[in-house]
Design a protein around this ligand. Structure first.
Ligand code: ADE
Length: 229
């Protein structure tokens, strides 16, 4: 690995990351800010994309193509789909899908378009490092499926659709688009989320209350992983 990208979607998701760094160089590009810094000798680029799949794809592509990152970690928050997940719990994606990708009218399954796959796997190697870090630091993590869509989900009906269709454990708004970019560009990637809400009718209230604390739980863990790569 030569240069590591660490991205989030929202400012609140990267603020606790930036606290680990001194001497940060900020570059403005494509209507966004990229923070270049060093972590124990490793060159790191940090950015938040803004919410949603399109912005996340742009940022992931930029970090790889313009800044030369050859490994990508994502840190942020998610809504729980798996009922065992509580606020603050950590989820490592072993695979991701787009729950709002829908050409079912043409006989295709949800989440599929020709030339793509319903699920994209994350880097097994990085997951193994992450699980060892968790074990060594007594951090509890669930490895599972993350479903991504351009919707903030706050309905049990939609959540159950995502559970039943994709067997997802958590949902958010960026991960699978980052997966598409990294997969196409052969960049090993890792998507980490800490639960901020249960994607139910209280989700918007819980999200506002727990965004910062859950983002910090994810950021603290992702920094430990970055130091172990
Ligand atoms: N990220 C965190 N909570 C979410 C939710 N309920 N829906 C979509 N993205 C989220």
């Amino acid at each position: 690995m030569n240069k590591l990208a660490i991205m989030g979607a929202m400012q609140e998701e990267i603020e606790p990351l930036l606290e680990y760094f001194e001497n940060i160089k900020i570059t403005e590009y494509a209507d966004n800010k990229y923070y270049e810094a060093n972590l124990d000798g490793l060159d790191v680029v940090i950015a938040y994309s803004k919410i949603g799949k399109v912005f996340a794809s742009l940022t992931a592509s930029t970090m790889i193509e313009k800044f030369g990152c050859d490994t990508l970690l994502f840190s942020g928050v998610a809504g729980a789909v798996n009922n065992n997940l509580k606020i603050g719990d950590l989820v490592i994606a072993d695979k991701l899908c787009q729950h709002d990708l829908d050409i079912v009218a043409f006989g295709h399954p949800y989440g599929y378009v020709p030339g793509g796959n319903v699920f994209i796997d994350t880097s097994k190697k990085i997951r193994e490092v992450a699980k060892k870090v968790a074990l060594d630091n007594n951090i509890k993590v669930l490895e599972g499926t993350i479903a991504t869509g351009d919707q903030f989900v706050n309905s049990v009906e939609r959540k159950n659709f995502i559970l039943n269709t994709f067997k997802a454990d958590a949902l958010e708004m960026e991960g699978a688009s980052v997966a598409v970019v990294c997969n196409a560009l052969n960049v090993p990637f890792f998507i980490l989320r800490s639960i901020s809400d249960s994607a139910d009718m209280d989700a918007n209230f819980d999200f506002d209350e727990f965004l910062k604390s859950s983002a910090k739980i994810s950021a603290d863990y992702v920094i430990k992983i970055a130091k172990s790569l």
